[in-house]
Design a protein around this ligand. Structure first.
Ligand SMILES: [Zn+2]
Ligand SMILES: [Zn+2]
Length: 333
């Protein structure tokens, strides 16, 4: 069951299974899920802030009485836009792969709060612009880690429903779990699937990510809930798999030709529909990651520094749009 429109809200995608969708899928705008049967409930991921998570839990509680008390929370991976709201379901079993648990504390909320309020460097300002507006307040977040972990696979019952957890990491991160609601023929992918928005390929393994797409394509499912972007089906997975292969191969050509990280990213001209995907500056992060993987010593290795490079890409793109040829617009022009 795929919602007709890509809009914010809770959508039924199976019998007692729901997607919570946050357009436009960019920074901090992630999707989550809910699986219920009888009076049992499983939440798939929390959101980037307490406010966003609270808003989601209220919408769920109003529409689905079984969700008023969340019994089980599964974190698809450790990224903050999927975990920072965990404390609001305190008392629930919190389940994640061991790989996810291992990197759960990688971005402390007080570090991020300080960054978006006091760091006026190029990268700091970019982060503040994207993830430090009034929508995003990290000051009251208490990181609430998994209470149970598994290695590669686990099955959890929600009422009489079987939910399979399949860790296909390293892919987007070191531990990435597909949440497959078997009878509903639905899979929640976490950030193993981005649609309409460029992914952040900054860790994990691109080849692992491509094989994660193959795992998704092999599941007996009708509906796929992405981590960022609209709800889809296997066609969306195939489209994203093709994106990963194309980007990896196109970046490799530029690596072999000796282009720098930022030049290679700017030179990448993707064909439709990828040329319409938002936040193309994220490709700088992707190129930087691939270059590091391939042994380049000229990569950017600090968290804020990568965002500074994203900022430079976005400004240069804007200058090209405004017709300033001095920006060096490449064949995107
Ligand atoms: Zn992520
Ligand atoms: Zn995400």
């Amino acid at each position: 069951m795929i919602p007709e429109k890509y809009e914010k809200g809770l959508f039924q995608v199976g019998a007692g299974t729901y997607a919570y969708v946050q357009p436009d899928g960019i920074w901090g705008m992630s999707n989550a899920g809910l699986i219920v049967d009888g009076d049992q409930s499983m939440l798939v991921d929390t959101l980037m802030t307490l406010r966003l998570t609270d808003e989601m839990l209220t919408v769920m509680a109003d529409a689905v009485p079984a969700s008023r008390k969340i019994d089980i929370l599964v974190n698809s991976h450790a990224d903050i836009d999927h975990t920072y709201g965990n404390q609001l379901v305190g008392g629930a079993r919190i389940v994640a792969s061991q790989g996810t648990a291992d990197e759960f504390f990688k971005v402390p909320p007080d570090y991020l709060q300080k960054l978006v309020t006091t760091d006026h460097s190029e990268g700091g300002l970019y982060i503040a612009e994207k993830m430090g507006t009034h929508l995003f307040d990290y000051s009251d977040i208490v990181l609430t880690p998994p209470t149970e972990t598994f290695d590669r696979e686990a099955t959890i019952m929600v009422g009489d429903k079987e939910v399979r957890l399949i860790n296909v990491g390293p892919a987007h991160t070191s531990g990435d779990t597909l949440i497959h609601s078997v009878q509903d023929r639905v899979v929640f992918t976490g950030d193993l699937l981005f649609l309409g928005v460029h992914p952040a390929i900054w860790a994990g393994s691109v080849d692992g990510w491509i094989s994660a797409c193959d795992t998704m394509l092999g599941l007996d499912i009708d509906t796929v809930v992405s981590g960022h972007g609209p709800v889809t089906d296997k066609r969306g997975v195939q489209l994203f798999r093709d994106y990963l292969v194309t980007v990896r191969d196109e970046v490799r050509k530029r690596f072999d030709a000796g282009l720098s990280v930022e030049e290679a990213a700017f030179d990448l001209a993707l064909s439709p529909p990828y040329d319409e995907w938002i936040s193309p500056e994220r490709m700088v992060g992707t190129v930087n990651y691939l270059y590091r993987l391939w042994g380049s010593t000229e990569t950017i290795n600090d968290f804020v520094g990568i965002f500074a490079a994203l900022s430079r890409y976005a400004k240069r793109k804007q200058a090209c749009r405004e017709g300033l040829h001095s920006a060096g617009c490449g064949h995107a022009h």
